[in-house]
Write a protein that binds this ligand. Structure first.
Ligand code: FES
Ligand code: FES
Length: 161
């Protein structure tokens, strides 16, 4: 076992983990942050996306020990303490960007990383960025709309479905 220490959603956490423990398993099983989902075993679905030192990372592709000393953000840390949704979460709600919700945490975390590096993405840029996020309900159009709206752009510019 190795002791791993990191900041998760602003709180310092320290856990003893096996070296083979994935970051997603540390988050879900040890820290009970179950908003980060596991939707595949092939690193393809993006349901497990979190931020590590500000970058979007598929947490099923990283060992927990690799996050030693890192600053990790998960979906649980996105809303304000009083429950007020952040602008991306609110836009998903306003534009019906979720159906079953399984992919949503990963979509929101990916969208957040996209808007940080590209604050006014085009529809095509949003679709390209989400290539690594699968929505099994196939609600992509409204997800793209929601991200476009969260960027402050007029969704009437988005092509009809
Ligand atoms: Fe990580 Fe699917 S669970 S990409
Ligand atoms: Fe169901 Fe995307 S909303 S998987």
């Amino acid at each position: 076992m190795t002791t791993v220490t990191m900041i998760v959603n602003g709180q310092s956490v320290s856990k003893d983990v096996e070296d083979r423990t994935l970051l997603v398993d540390l988050l879900r099983n040890d820290l009970r942050l179950t908003g980060t989902h596991v939707g595949c075993d092939t690193s393809q679905c993006g349901a497990c996306v979190v931020h590590v030192n500000g970058d979007a990372v598929k947490s099923c592709t990283m060992f927990a020990v690799e996050a030693e000393g890192a600053n990790v953000a998960t979906i649980e840390g996105q809303a304000a303490a009083d429950g007020t949704l952040n602008r991306i979460q609110q836009a998903f709600q306003d534009h019906h960007g979720l159906q079953c919700g399984f992919c949503t945490p990963g979509m929101v975390m990916s969208a957040s990383a996209l808007l940080k590096e590209n604050p006014k993405p085009t529809e095509v840029e949003i679709r390209d960025y989400l290539e690594g996020n699968i929505c099994r309900c196939t609600g992509y159009h409204n997800i793209v709309k929601a991200i476009f709206a969260a960027s402050g752009q007029d969704v009437s510019a988005i092509a009809a479905e």
